[in-house]
Design a protein around this ligand. Structure first.
Ligand code: B12
Length: 212
């Protein structure tokens, strides 16, 4: 039986191969993908973040753990995006990480979870400028636009993106959702976002509410 604590440990130890191997074993053992993700991998990333903050590890280590997480996610993706009971269309969304920010693991998980809930999601990538968000909204009929920010320094670019949508006359065309470790509901209210979600399950629920 695969121990999810072992997955957490291998991620913290930056062991890409072992993290992948243990993730595959956990899937084979029938552990739900969401549990492997939350209890194994995300717990590991939190620990890595704390170690980085405490000055115990540095950027290269952060990068390696990020790669281990991404490798494991490749195995979970088919399970997270699978739609039990057949395909049902929930809506169209686009998600990007705001300008100046290259963190994309959380964004990618949100996309997988939404796809698993019937959303057609366009991945706008990382370091997306307010102008590029506007172009994407102008050229498509997305119902929800997601803005991810992981740095205190890049949160103002969530605000700028909403301001740019207003200035371009596009704000009424799309609901805006924000997220990322540094964001809060209070910040979402302050900048006039339509929704804040703390994690992927929360996002799936709240995106559905936005279009209901
Ligand atoms: C991995 C990582 C990196 C990797 C990123 C790899 C990648 N491809 O993403 C690398 C090494 C590149 C990196 C770089 C940096 N990082 Co970094 N990083 C992290 C770390 C350890 C984990 C982030 C992560 O993937 N978490 C796991 C995912 C699943 O969680 P999540 O991203 O929060 O996403 C979830 C929710 O927030 C939400 N969500 C996320 N996005 C969205 C969007 C929407 C629309 C919604 C609804 C929800 C939602 O749902 C997700 C799923 O549950 C965090 C620590 C932490 N605790 O967050 C630091 C952290 C974010 N990094 C930090 C820093 C300082 C940096 C650097 C500035 C370091 C440096 N000196 O250069 C650079 C900045 C680079 C840049 N310009 O962006 C700080 C930020 C501090 C702050 N408050 O500003 C943190 C918090 C570490 C710390 N404790 O000091 N980092």
């Amino acid at each position: 039986m695969t121990d999810l604590v072992e997955i957490t440990r291998s991620l913290v130890a930056m062991d890409i191969e072992r993290t992948e191997e243990l993730t595959r074993a956990a899937i084979a053992a029938g552990i739900p993908a969401s549990e492997i993700l939350e209890k194994g991998l995300i717990t590991g990333m939190q620990t890595v973040g704390e170690q980085f903050e405490a000055g115990e590890i540095f950027l290269p280590e952060l990068l390696m753990s990020g790669e281990a997480m991404k490798a494991a996610l490749n195995h979970l993706k088919p399970l997270l995006t699978a739609q039990p009971g057949g395909r049902r269309f929930a809506g169209k969304a686009a998600i990007g990480t705001v300008q100046g920010d290259i963190h994309d693991i959380g964004k990618n998980i949100i996309i997988m979870m939404l796809e698993g809930n019937g959303w057609e999601v366009t991945d706008l990538g990382v370091d997306v400028s307010p102008e590029d968000f506007c172009t994407a909204v102008r050229e498509n009929n997305f119902q929800v636009l997601g803005l991810s920010a992981l740095l205190t320094m890049t949160m103002p670019n969530q605000t700028r993106t909403i301001e740019a949508l207003k200035a371009a006359g596009l704000r009424d065309r799309v609901k805006v959702a924000i997220g990322g470790a540094v964001c809060t509901q209070a910040f979402a209210d302050q900048i006039g976002a339509d929704c804040y979600a703390a994690d992927a399950a929360d996002a799936a629920r709240k995106f559905a509410e936005l279009v209901s």
